[in-house]
Unconditional design. Sequence first.
Length: 281
Amino acid sequence: MPRITVRALGALGASVLSATLGVLAVAAPAQAAARDGICDAGEFCYYYNSDNAGSISDHTGSLADYGSTQPSCYEFKGAGSGQGQCVKNNAASVWNRTSNTVRVYYNSDYNASYAYQNFASGVKANLNATLKNNNASHQLISVGTNYPAKDDYPYKGATSGIDPWNFYKGQCTSFAAWAVRSRVGIPFHNQYAGQAQWGNANQWVAAAGRAGVPVYNSPKAGDVAVRLGGTYGHVAFVTSVNSNGTFEIDEYNYVYADRYSHRTVSVGTANNQFSKFIRFK
C-alpha cells in the first residue's frame, strides 16, 4: 500500500489531526528540548534493533511525520547501531515510558487505514512484522474506558419478535442497540437521529453518516464495530482495545445463532473482522 506522507507537520499538528481520527492526543512540550538519545521517564523511545538494542530515538509527544532525509529528519541519537539514521521506517522495537498508550502507525499523519500497533504505558516490545522498519508516525492516545464483557441482553433465548427499540430480537443489531443504550447511555433505536431506519447491520455506517454520528477506521471502547460484507453485515459492541491493536467485542448471532459470544478480533474486511466503528459518544 502506498504511504501517505506530509512533511514537517511535527508534534504541533497532533491535536488537529487526532480530532479527525477520533483519538485523544496528548499535548506535549517541544521535542528538541529533551532529545538526547537516552530513554528517560515520560518519553516514548524507538530502538534501531529488536529487543530494545541499538541506537535510541526518544520523543516526549506525538509526531505526525519523522521526515525521511537528513538533515531535517528525526534521527536515532543514542550510541550504537543505527546512530544518525532517520527513524522513519528504521525502527524495530520500542519502550513506552509515557503514562499513555502510544500508537505507532504504518502511515504518516496518524492514518490508521492500513496498520498500527498500540503499546501500553511501561511496555518494552518489538514492532510486529507489519510495523518493523515501517513506522511513519506515532501518537499518544487514550483508548477509552473499558466495559466488562457480559451477556446482559434482556431477550436471551428469543429468536423472533421486535424489541422495544424496533430491531428483531436475538439479532446482532438488537444486542448492539441494547449495549449502546445500557452501557454508553445513548437512547439509540432504529429511528435514532431522525433516520427512517438504521436497518440491517451493513446499513448502519450510511445511517450514521446521514445522522451526523462519527464513523472511524479504528476502534475505541464503547464503539459499535461494523462488518460491511455479507448479505446483512454484522455489528458488535467494543468492550476494550488491546495494546497490540486487537480489540474485544460482545455480540449476538455470530458464533452461535441468536446467542451471545465474546471474541478478540482485529481491524480488517474478512468475515471475522470489522472495518468501521460508529462512535455514539
